[in-house]
Ligand binder design. Structure first.
Ligand code: NI
Length: 172
């Protein structure tokens, strides 16, 4: 089931999310819903707080259409265990900040460990877009948005646009 995506500014997008205890059927449903919501948007990543759930869960798939088989990835309690010194710049966007993009510099490679939907611990090193995406999504779990990396003026400009968008949507 698709869930509504919260739009910035929203206090729930600024919260530090709590770790999930054990994997439950409810959490597996949440994971499926997040993937469905992400693909429908369409987007390449989604964090639980973006659908109003303040728990440490993210969904990702950075395989672009026509680029090969989909790789739906859900991570519970993801943690960055190592980051490269080498950095990468990507133009980032966010489903909670529609149609706004800006360059963000982040480590080029990160090693991440997480719990999968069967409760097994996983670990993988991500590079390129995957590395940027997983860092962006884990930031969400700590109440951080990509616009927090921008200069205050630019951030305020985007926030004002989003406030206007929310007012317009509320009227419809
Ligand atoms: Ni985002």
């Amino acid at each position: 089931m698709k869930r509504p995506i919260l739009i910035h500014p929203d206090p729930r997008l600024k919260k530090v999310c709590v770790p999930v205890p054990d994997i439950s059927d409810d959490l597996r449903v949440l994971a499926d819903d997040m993937l469905e919501t992400m693909y429908a948007a369409p987007g390449i990543g989604l964090a639980a707080p973006q659908v109003g759930i303040l728990q440490r869960v993210i969904a990702m798939d950075c395989i672009k259409e026509g680029e090969g088989d989909a790789r739906p990835l859900v991570m519970f309690n993801p943690e960055i265990v190592e980051s490269s010194e080498e950095t990468n710049v990507y133009e980032e966007g966010c489903l909670s900040i529609p149609e706004q993009y800006a360059e963000v510099t982040r480590p080029k490679e990160v090693q991440v460990k997480w719990m999968d939907r069967d409760g097994n611990e996983q670990s993988e090193t991500f590079d390129g877009l995957w590395a940027t995406c997983v860092q962006h999504e884990i930031d969400h779990l700590n109440g951080k948005l990509f616009i927090d990396y921008l200069k205050p003026l630019k951030r305020q400009m985007i926030t004002r646009k989003m406030q206007k968008l929310k007012r317009e949507r509320a009227r419809d």
